[in-house]
Design a protein around this ligand. Sequence first.
Ligand SMILES: [Zn+2]
Length: 312
Amino acid sequence: MDKDISIGIDIGGTKVHLGLVDRSGKVIDDQRLPVQIDLGAEASIKTICGHLDRLIESNQLKKSDILSFGVGVPGTADIKTGNVEYCPNLGWEDVPAGAIFGKYLERDVIVSQDSRCAAWAEYLLGAGRKYQSMICLTLGTGIGSGIIMDGRIFHGALNTAGEIGHCVFEKDGRPCNCGRRGCLERYCSGTGIIQRALEAFPEKLASLPHKSESVFQLAYGGDQDALTLIRAVVEDLAIGIANAVSILSPQAVIISGGLCEHYELIVSPLEQLVNQYGYHSWSRKKMLKIEKAQAGSDAPMIGAALLYKALK
Ligand SMILES: [Zn+2]
């Protein structure tokens, strides 16, 4: 019998998502676990592999039955070598993650960036199915993106393609986790939204959790300050997206991550604004599509499991 099931491992800053996925991208079984990142890479990976062994066994499978193993990490990783080059949320720098996973799993393991895994899942089975070239932008606590060009994941010669969140948007602007100032994600991510709101109308947030969801809650209640702020965020985001589109010339931009759930406030106004800020040569015919992601919050794990399709 042909092997049908592959394994996806999506490593986040606080959680690991493990899953068994069939060739069509359907999740057969999955598990979300807290991750203790201060153990260091080797011990963290060993722990993850222990959980994975149990998940495989509980599905009456053996590791040798598995078609492929794929890992998504929140940072720069080289799909060719399996090395994680820079992953500040995990404290990993130059970690041979593929080799360490391979040691414990006794199989080859493919490693890539989580945002590329999410884009790959959207391309194979989500909103990107209609397109051969697209950018999948993840709007959450940060901003990440994965780029698909002519049906392939675009990594770039420096292996850093898609870091739109860390394009400098304002000289000497807000400090960013990456160590520089003024990055787009400090203005337009969930973290950026709550920070801007706390500066603009702190009194309205005094009794609310200091999260971007509180700003949306105010906006849905008709609060003009919150609505104005979200509009300003979307305009800033549109400028960032328009710049990326000018460089990459995709057919579509897919918006994923927690903020895409606020469709009317975030996703819906973007198409018109991106065309407004876009270069006339591509914006004049309004051919670029902006759509909400469809693969859901499992997308990075599913895309990791299906990375073997990207190596063909
Ligand atoms: Zn940055």
